[in-house]
Design a protein around this ligand. Sequence first.
Ligand code: AKG
Length: 210
Amino acid sequence: MERVDLGRGAWIAYEPAWLTQEEADALQSELTASLPWEQRPIVVAGREVMQPRLMAWAGALPYRYSGQTLDPAPATPTLDALTARVSEACGTTFNHVVVNRYRDGKDNIGRHADAEPELGWLPTIASLSLGARRKFVLARKGRRKSRHLRLAHGSLLVMGGSLQHTWYHSVPKDGSTEERLNLTFRTLIGPPGTRQPGGWVDAMRARAAR
Ligand SMILES: O=C(O)CCC(=O)C(=O)O
């Protein structure tokens, strides 16, 4: 997959037809029917609110973000196989997957970055989309600059380098009447509280010097 350089060491790569239409259809039906969907609270600006979407997840380590902790949860054989396949495509080893289910265009995910220290300083995160094509907005932190992609059924988006420290991302509300699933694959380097030494700028410098 070809990387698009977004500056300051941030990059994305996007493959619109990573899965065939048939594979994507079958995967969406199976995951929708088989995963234990939950609507969970998160803390936004100090207030507990319900997330405007359903979610499920799998991974052997707990993962904490936005004031909630996802306890370790076993992967289904399908999620296991998919994690291995996405890991191979990205040349890395993912060990955690979050599945978001957007029931229609009212469901959304607000502007955020996946910058928890236990993801490592320069995390590669892969995002597989199934179902309704939704707008994915990237907004540069501290600037007016933004860009967007429309994530297609069966597409794979990979985010890497400094992206989680230099850009936010979101999937805003729209008029969609169809469901969408999105799977984000991450590598947790340890339980909540684990952090690599230094910071992301040090990690960028070390990578550039290699
Ligand atoms: O649904 C998407 O495309 C994005 C999901 C996301 O940003 C996340 O799970 O952190």
